[in-house]
Design a protein around this ligand. Structure first.
Ligand code: FES
Length: 257
């Protein structure tokens, strides 16, 4: 088994850039950019304002706001940071501190597509390293693809799995690698029949109530259980129901019956 590529590190050995750069005391104190004089794309402003409206403290929306800016600009560029700062009325320094802490944000130009393969222990035992190697080979060093191992993406129930531009897909096999690369190049949905969003849930009421989980296209086979045949499973069988927790007295009565 080939070990997964190491996590990329900057020259000083850190995973984040600039953490040990000395403070420049000659600089003016950070200022909050004025929204009236900062050009912010309408769509980005609306998305950030929607995120801020969900929380009592607007700083709670920093991560979705940075995600929106990164999606629009391709990376958390100084311009993107200033735009977010203007809408959120925060200093660019505050946003930069968040963007440099989380390695899903990039404060340097990066390839257009992010493919993170979880190579933590559970996914690794299910073949993540073989899939990772197959994906690297299939990408043929395409400069548009940012392929890296990741620990951990927290979706072992579809192990081995990957996040492709934020879309969770799995369980993956090395044969899926060329298809993922081809889907990214054509700009279509990636490995649609293995997307986590289409998996059934143990609680049938959850999927029905969640607006953002649209029903899968009819031709997409279900990939809700590891071990399905390669073509998937088009039969809509009900999944298992989670046990209902009863108060102790009721549970005893039920057992007696
Ligand atoms: S070990 Fe990370 S999702 Fe499986």
């Amino acid at each position: 088994m080939t070990p997964a590529s190491p996590v990329p590190r900057f020259g000083h050995g850190s995973r984040v850039s600039g953490w040990d750069d000395p403070v420049d005391l000659s600089k003016d104190p950070a200022v909050v950019p004025d929204l009236a004089t900062t050009e912010v794309p309408e769509q980005l402003r609306e998305e950030i304002e929607r995120a801020m409206a969900k929380y009592p403290d607007r700083r709670s929306a920093v991560i979705p706001a940075l995600h929106a800016a990164q999606a629009l600009h391709g990376w958390c560029s100084p311009r993107a940071i200033v735009q977010v700062a203007a809408v959120m009325q925060l200093t660019p320094a505050y946003l930069t501190s968040v963007a440099t802490f989380y390695d899903m944000f990039s404060t340097r130009p990066k390839p257009r597509h992010d493919v993170f393969v979880c190579t933590n222990i559970s996914c690794s035992l299910r073949g993540a390293d073989e899939f990772y190697d197959a994906l690297v080979a299939a990408s043929a060093q395409d400069p548009d693809l940012n392929i890296r191992s990741f620990e951990c993406l927290g979706a072992c129930d579809i192990a081995p799995m990957a996040s492709v531009d934020g879309e969770y897909v799995g369980p993956l096999t090395p044969e899926d690698a060329p298809r993922i690369v081809a889907d990214l190049r054509t700009g279509g949905p990636v490995l649609e029949h293995k997307q986590l969003r289409y998996r059934r849930c143990a609680d049938p009421g959850v999927a029905a109530g969640a607006q953002e989980f649209a029903p899968p296209p009819p031709e997409v086979p279900r990939a809700d259980t590891a071990g399905l045949p390669p073509g998937g499973d088009t039969v809509d069988r009900p999944g298992p129901s989670a046990p209902v927790e009863l108060p102790a007295e009721e549970a005893e009565q039920e057992q007696e019956q």
